[in-house]
Design a binder for this molecule. Sequence first.
Ligand SMILES: [Fe+2]
Ligand SMILES: [Fe+2]
Length: 178
Amino acid sequence: MPTAAARTEAKNAKPTSSGRRKTADSRSRLKDAVAMLKADHRAVEKLFGQYEKAKDAQEKLRIFNRIDMELKVHTQIEEEIFYPASREFLDDDDIVNEAIVEHQAAKDLMAQIEQMDPSDEMYDAKVTVLKEMIEHHVEEEEQEYFPEVRKSEMDTRAVGEQLKARREELMAQMRTTP
Ligand SMILES: [Fe+2]
Ligand SMILES: [Fe+2]
């Protein structure tokens, strides 16, 4: 669990926000776990859209780095909090297990892209495949997984509080560790 100090630190870091932090701020009003995760999905989709319009390698790298950070935080809070909490309320584990496998596949591809130079001729292809993998994963979460959770007894507001606290902690960590 995040400490109160970590939460305060993350809160205090907000006023000096860059565009990246502003995105997280506008989402921070949300209280429900599912609404929060869906808002993350929209934010990542928007970034992939920006990547497609990027004019040069430098801009591609800057946008990929934001996608990379968003996806790392998002997959981590899902894996640490949302997936284990919701697993208890679902009839079978397949949906959760498949989501974890899809996360790993995306993370493997992200790690490959991190090692590449954006001027590499395969760079765009890797980012495009990452986008397609994420689109597929998001569709499964939003069409199958989240509706099951909504139908269940899970307290999505309580889980939302945990997601929010952990996200703030991870964002604060990422800002201090380049
Ligand atoms: Fe997700
Ligand atoms: Fe996910």
